[in-house]
Every structure is written in C-alpha cells, then in structure tokens.
Design a binder for this molecule. Sequence first.
Ligand SMILES: [Zn+2]
Length: 115
Amino acid sequence: MKANKNAADDAANPNPSPRRTQGPSIAIPDWQVVEKISEDCFYEVDQHTGRKRKIEKSRCCCGQPVLIEREGNLGRGDGKRVFYPDEPDLGWDAFRCKSCHAPVSESVPGAEYEK
Ligand SMILES: [Zn+2]
C-alpha cells in the first residue's frame, strides 16, 4: 500500500521559506536528517519547505551508491524515487544506473517495483 500522509503534510504546509540562497527562483533543498531508523534508513527534512521524506541508502550491483526515496509523491507510482548521493538532487527519478546502465529496479536492492 502507498502511504499518502506526506502529501497531506505538504498541502498543509504552504512554503514558509522567505530566504533564497542560489539562483533567481529555484531554491536548492537543504535536507537535514531528523530521525535515524537504522544505519541505512532515515527521515530528513528540507529546511526551506519543511517537506519530510524517508530515504533508504542502497547500492547498485556495480557498486554505484544510490538513494531511494520512500513514501514520496514524486517519481514512480509505487512512491519510490531513485537518485544519487554523489550529485545534486534535482528531483529526477533514475530509471537506469548511471554507471552500468542496468535498470535500477533490477540491480538495486530495495528499488524493485512494488504494487
Ligand atoms: Zn550500476
């Protein structure tokens, strides 16, 4: 089942951030870990928008480190979004590993599709 509580939180939180850091209109998210669930799983909050997300650290079979956003309302239909810790997070959802080009749903533990 997909949890939609994050979406509800977002709707109830009209972006209060008054400060802009870089660029004319796009605020770079400033994610800070707020709650560790385990060594590889944690919640973090964007200091600009207050948006909270659950992140799971994983790794492609080729060794490329990846992050998996869980319970999100972006990206895939099952609430997962795959991106990389070693480049700016621009909201993209990686479909294939940037290193070995395998579909991440097959090569990254935790990134498989769920219903
Ligand atoms: Zn790979």
